[in-house]
Structures are given as C-alpha cells and as structure tokens.
Design a protein around this ligand. Sequence first.
Ligand code: FMN
Length: 182
Amino acid sequence: MDAKEMIWERHSVRDFLPTPIPAEIIQEILEAGHLAPSTQNRQPWRYLVFTENAKIQKLALHCGLIGLSNFFIRQAPCLIIACADLKDNIKINGKDYYLVDTAISFHQMLLYARSYGIESCWLAAFSEKKLKAYLKIPENWKIVAMAPLGYPKEKKGLYTKAVSNFANSSERKPLESVVRFM
Ligand SMILES: Cc1cc2nc3c(=O)[nH]c(=O)nc-3n(C[C@H](O)[C@H](O)[C@H](O)COP(=O)(O)O)c2cc1C
C-alpha cells in the first residue's frame, strides 16, 4: 500500500471480523507509534493493549454511560488504549503537549496498521474516571483515546451507517476554507 492509498482510502471502521491479529504484527504496529516525533522527545504515550476478545467484551461494560455509544468495540479482536504520563508532559506557551504527542503516535500506529489490511476507529466517548478505576491506571496518567483494531467486515452494520451519517463522515470542509496561503 502506498502513502496515498493509506491516507486517501482511510475511513473509520466499526465492524470487525473475529480473526485475531498475529502478535508480530501488533508488535510492529506498536513500534510504528513509538517512532513518532514528540515535543523535546518526551514520549509521554503509554499504551494498554488488549488482544483477547473476552477482555474487550468486559472492557466495553466499563466505559461508562457515554461509552455505550461505542458498544461495537466488543466485536474487535484487538483494542488499544492510548494514555499519556503527565510526568512526560511539557507546557509551551501555556499549552500542554501530551495530547499532541500521543495523538501523533497513535495515529501513526493506526495508519501503519492499514498496510496489513487492519482498520480501526478513534474513540473519545468513554468515561475516563470509570476506565481508570477499572484498569487501575496510575493517577498521573490521562486516557487520551482508544481504538479497536481488526480486519474489516465486508458490509457496514446498521449502527456504523447511523454513526457515519450522523457525523457526516465522508464530508470534509472545502480545503480553501481551512487553508490560508501567506
Ligand atoms: C479524537 C477522535 C475521537 C473520536 N471519537 C469517536 C467515538 O467516540 N465514536 C465513534 O464512533 N467515532 C469517533 N471518532 C471517529 C469520527 O467520528 C470520524 O473520524 C469522523 O466522523 C470522520 O470520519 P472518517 O474517520 O470515517 O473519515 C473519533 C475521531 C477522533 C479523531
């Protein structure tokens, strides 16, 4: 897969086959994220990796009320929770950079996964408080996002269709409305 296909053909996938992802591929995906740039090379990201569907099904029940909107995660063969350790955060111009650093790393992983035909969906709808308690995540870590990963089902389910219609997922604002040449 070339870079153009990796980016132009990407879309959020919420329907997965139960097929497990081989451990060595998961390892490579994690390394792809770990190679990301970060502010002063602080590497604040920390990853919790689930590779057993039974554990993902249990996790789906501990994401809080808002997390129920992402109940589709229970089908996934793999799920990664991207956290950041605030001791490796850096503030510049009053801005915390752990979110930027972790997002770059996580998205690098998710894009790289596509080269193996593995798709994913960024998720922010979860209760950080409930998940932190369930997973005993250290106090000074933040949960930035999570993503189920897996080989896509051929057909989108009803729920996926509803969510992507709701979010107008295939639409992008006109490029000229978000870019200003200087
Ligand atoms: C930070 C972030 C959080 C998101 N949270 C959710 C979520 O909780 N549930 C969900 O179904 N999709 C979620 N999405 C996916 C977006 O809805 C999706 O990326 C957007 O509609 C564009 O569609 P596309 O990814 O198919 O191009 C999230 C995406 C991002 C980047």
